[in-house]
Each structure stands twice: as C-alpha cells, then as structure tokens.
Design a protein around this ligand. Structure first.
Ligand SMILES: Cc1cc2nc3c(=O)[nH]c(=O)nc-3n(C[C@H](O)[C@H](O)[C@H](O)COP(=O)(O)O)c2cc1C
Length: 217
C-alpha cells in the first residue's frame, strides 16, 4: 500500500504540515509506504482553459498527477480559508481533473485539517470532500480537524492530548486497512477480474462527462 501525503499549505511553519507528518508516521506504523510530498512541488498557475487546450497541464500539475497515479491512496491535510477549501488546493484539484484517466478516480483519501481556531478547519474539510468525490475519489467518512493547533503539538511532533492522538491513530490505521481492501478493485495494482474493475472504473468516471474533452498526457 503506497500513500501519497501532502499538506496544502505553502507556509514554512504550517500546522497542517505538522499534522500531516504525524499522520504519515501513523500510516507507516500501520504498514503503508508513504511518499511525503511538499505542496511546493505542485505549484501551478490559475486554471486557464486556453492554456490547458494549447499546452495541457503545467509541470506542477503533471507532477501531482504522476505522484497520485503512483499511489493507492492519499493523506491530505487541508487548511480552511474563509470557511471553505483553500483556493490553491481547489486549483490543483481542477488542473489534475483534466488528466485521463482521472487520477483522483478510486483513490482512497483521508482528510485532515489544523487551525489555531476552535473549529480546527472542519468546515473547510466538508467543502474539500465535494470536488474530490466529484472526481471519483473515495473519501473516508470520518475526518480529523485539529483545533487550537498552535498549542496542540509537543516538541517531538506528537499531540499533548493523548485521547485525541489515539483517535487519530485508530482512524488512520482503519483508513489504511480500508484502502488496502479497495485497492484490488481500483488501485494501481488492481487484481480483481477486468470486467469487475471496468464496471467500477466506468461508474466512478461518470462525472468527467461534465467537462470538455481532455488531452491525453
Ligand atoms: C485567507 C485566509 C483565510 C482563513 N480563514 C480561516 C477560516 O475560515 N477558518 C479558520 O479556522 N482559519 C482560517 N484561517 C487561518 C488559518 O487556519 C491559519 O492561517 C492556519 O495556520 C493555516 O494553516 P497552515 O498553518 O497549515 O498554513 C485563514 C487564513 C487565511 C490566510
């Protein structure tokens, strides 16, 4: 089980990055191989349909698509901006949604957020689910929002609140097991019989008919 992990923040002292690193270490303890990426690797201009039509994806978008395709699942820590998904992340989702086959399709995703506020960014997570699920991703039902993130971490990157850490540990361990169970149907090493895989792929690809035709990369 290979998991791509990144925090959708470019800030040096990012709380989401801290939470992501903790989540990634739990995923490793649960037996997953983790590709820990920086959001900087996926920098891209604002989506421009003309640019897309003439040149296809920018290098940052291609890199994100490539890393997603090489993974069975994704751990994503996403900051809440103005009660919603950060524009930088939505932009990245939109660019990558132009690749065929759709790289988000069938990808198991666990969502986390961290914020100094009392809500911890949970409102943003509900908004983040929508485009990901629209692109055929399998977003885990539970999500983890870390409130008062500026005070939550110990010096060695764990959480002061042991019960909160235990919840995160249980959730990510369960997420890894579920993602393993789904991978034979739609992962990069799908082993289910082709007719079964195709049935799942076709159903999850449905939403792409809403978009104009995409170039093949
Ligand atoms: C444009 C902008 C909008 C924000 N809106 C919210 C918000 O709606 N809810 C919230 O809890 N925090 C909000 N914040 C504060 C972020 O939670 C805080 O900056 C956090 O540290 C961002 O995550 P990071 O540390 O991973 O960069 C906002 C920050 C910015 C820059």
């Amino acid at each position: 089980m290979r998991i791509l992990a990144f925090a959708a923040s470019l800030r040096k002292g990012s709380w989401n990055r801290r939470l992501l690193e903790l989540g990634a270490s739990i995923a490793r303890e649960s037996g997953a191989e983790v590709d820990l990426a920086s959001f900087r690797e996926f920098e891209m201009p604002m989506y421009d349909a003309d640019l897309d039509h003439e040149h296809g994806l920018p290098p940052g978008g291609l890199e994100l698509a490539r890393r997603l395709e090489a993974a069975d699942a994704l751990l994503l820590a996403a900051p809440e901006y103005n009660y919603s998904i950060a524009g930088t992340l939505k932009n990245a989702i939109d660019w990558v949604s132009r690749v065929r086959p759709m790289p988000w399709r069938g990808k198991s995703i666990y969502l986390m957020s961290a914020a100094p506020s009392p809500m911890g960014g949970v409102r943003g997570l509900w908004q983040t689910r929508i485009p990901l699920e629209g692109c055929g991703a399998l977003v885990f039902p539970d999500m983890f929002a870390l409130a008062y993130a500026d005070k939550a971490f110990t010096a060695d990157g764990r959480l002061h609140d042991a019960s909160l850490f235990e919840r995160l540990r249980k959730e990510i361990a369960g997420f890894v097991r579920l993602a393993e169970a789904v991978a034979p149907l739609c992962g990069r090493h799908a082993t289910a019989p082709a007719p079964v895989r195709n049935q799942v792929a076709e159903a999850l690809e449905d939403e792409t008919v809403l978009q104009p035709p995409a170039r093949r990369h």
